[in-house]
Design a protein around this ligand. Structure first.
Ligand SMILES: [Zn+2]
Length: 399
């Protein structure tokens, strides 16, 4: 059901964001007019209007067919769904999510693993005031497994049996988690980290699905991908880009580096067939010693197989940027994805990866999370760096 802000809260939000002009009350029907990038396909509809009522999109219609006297907030530009950064960390408080993400046009985020204490803050998403958060809480992992050797203990929830996995998933859901993240990182040779056994991981995934939670997983070494798929994950976070062997880590490409190695390609085909989303996080990965074809070739191959890609940059790790994840968008484009596929990944793809139903798309009934850009983002991604209007749940937060 649509929520509305109290007048006091609304004026406080306006003051905090230094809006140049007062926005209309969220409950008043109003319209944005321009070229609408409509539906999951982002089909351009010139001279169209998005009619917003309360927090939702009521209709997409030709501008000439707007009911008379409908207030029009904006008359030119390209109107697209708010961008969703599906993989971030450490943006827990409402104010932080508003200042670092929402006012830049990132209307939702996916917190892809945080300490348990963060879930309470993340679950609080006052309508129209902050980027909506999907959140995972600590990753389920085996004792001694990733992320425990690398990150602080509060980022992992050691899990040793199917029964405990189901209990941990229920526990996280009770604390506000909307996603579950499983760790599948084999770690260094010759003493690899342990991996979750298939029965335990599959029980966690099954319990998550029963509760309506999305199942994410961390995989960078290809050795973790098949076990993750065996468990039944919905999303693979980080494109697997190396495999550790007795002679050291190796890329998983054919020798001329134009395609994934056959056994990797088979796993990518399995992902595409089973509608498993890939969130490559190329921005953060490219800031390590591993960069280039070992990451971009599998990403492009997965896209060519019809696989669904999502946009996440792993902010703030390795100094990735807050706000519009432009570097990630450009890296996906440079990898070979057309701009339309990049924008689909950043909107409906990321919404799907975060389990955010009714977001990431412009269609009747969807939440009114909208951007207006000066130029056509299908031709110039950089126009996303400076949106002229940002609407969140029907409330103008920039414009
Ligand atoms: Zn991460």
């Amino acid at each position: 059901m649509a929520e509305t802000l109290s007048r006091r809260a609304f004026l406080a939000a306006c003051a905090a964001l230094a809006l140049p002009r007062p926005a209309l009350a969220a409950s008043s029907p109003r319209a944005l007019v321009g070229t609408v990038l409509a539906g999951p396909g982002l089909t351009p509809l010139p001279d169209h209007a998005v009619l917003v009522s309360g927090a939702r999109i009521q209709a997409v219609l030709p501008a000439a067919a707007l009911p008379p006297d409908t207030p029009v907030l904006f008359r030119t530009g390209h109107i697209l769904p708010g961008v969703i950064n599906c993989h971030v960390h450490r943006v827990h408080a409402d104010d932080d999510r508003r200042a670092r993400h929402l006012v830049h046009g990132v209307t939702s985020i996916g917190d892809a693993a945080s300490p348990l204490a963060a879930l309470r803050e993340l679950a609080r998403s006052p309508t129209g005031q902050t980027a909506t958060a999907a959140c995972a809480g600590p990753m389920l992992c085996p004792p001694g497994g990733y992320p425990l050797p690398v990150h602080s203990p509060e980022h992992g929830l050691p899990t040793t049996s199917p029964r405990q996995a189901r209990r941990h998933v229920r526990f996280l859901a009770d604390h506000g988690a909307t996603m579950i993240k499983l760790a599948f990182e084999p770690g260094p040779y010759p003493t690899p980290w342990p991996l979750l056994d298939t029965a335990t991981a599959a029980a966690a995934a099954d319990q998550a699905r029963k509760l309506g939670l999305t199942v994410r997983c961390h995989v960078e070494d290809l050795g973790g991908l098949a076990p993750a798929l065996d468990a039944g994950v919905d999303v693979v976070d980080h494109v697997p880009h190396r495999h550790i062997t007795p002679s050291g880590p190796q890329p998983v490409l054919i020798p001329d580096e134009t395609a994934p190695a056959p056994h990797y390609l088979a796993l990518l085909e399995r992902m595409a067939r089973n509608r498993v989303t890939l969130a490559p996080t190329l921005d953060v990965l490219s800031r390590s010693l591993w960069r280039g074809p070992c990451q971009t070739i599998p990403t492009a191959a997965f896209h060519a197989l019809g696989g669904q890609i999502a946009v996440g940059n792993d902010f703030p790790y390795r100094r990735t940027d807050a706000g519009m994840p432009l570097a990630e968008l450009h890296l996906l484009h440079d990898a070979g994805l057309p701009t339309r596929a990049v924008l689909q990944a950043a909107t409906s793809g990321s919404a799907h990866a975060c389990g955010l139903a009714n977001r990431g798309v412009i269609e009747p009934g969807a939440q009114a999370d909208l951007l207006v850009t000066r130029a056509n983002p299908l031709e110039a991604l950089d126009t996303l760096a400076d949106p002229v209007l940002v609407m969140k749940d029907g409330v103008v937060v920039r414009g």
